[in-house]
Design a protein around this ligand. Structure first.
Ligand code: THU
Length: 129
């Protein structure tokens, strides 16, 4: 589990969060197969539904930089929230069963390790098409 640099990257990414409405700053960081770390943060819109979670920002950045295989995903938020349903769908489609680390930004020394197979069992994927 350690992934100290990845966890720090997710915590640092929170500083780039643009969340003027919820003020709930979330950072996410992906560790690629090649050992690179790609991070992202949530971005909100005045038309609330257009907002995008940190996990999807990080994932879209990584994918469009050409990274398609991931070792782990770290997510940092106050309380260490688990990813929302929309993000779970993209995570299951694009990260295989990479380790997911949930980090409470107020207590970052105790990350919780989980997997998307646990968070989103019996999922719909491209294999179903
Ligand atoms: N949010 C994330 O970025 N990731 C999550 O896993 C849950 C929620 C964001 C969306 C919105 O900007 C704010 O947190 C409050 O819902």
């Amino acid at each position: 589990m350690p992934h100290t640099d990845l966890i720090q990257a997710a915590l640092d990414a929170r500083e780039q969060s643009v969340a003027p409405y919820s003020k709930f700053n979330v950072g996410a960081a992906l560790l690629t197969a090649g050992g690179e770390i790609i991070s992202g943060a949530n971005v909100e819109s005045a038309s609330y539904g257009l907002s995008c979670c940190a996990e999807r920002v990080a994932l879209f950045k990584a994918l469009t930089d050409g990274h398609h295989i991931f070792q782990a995903l770290a997510i940092a938020s106050p309380g260490g929230a688990a990813p929302c349903g929309a993000c779970r769908q993209l995570i299951v489609e694009y990260t295989e069963d990479a380790e997911i680390l949930l980090i409470d930004s107020n207590a970052p020394e105790n990350p919780k390790s989980t997997r998307i197979s646990k968070l989103l069992p019996d999922s719909f994927t491209g294999e179903d098409l």
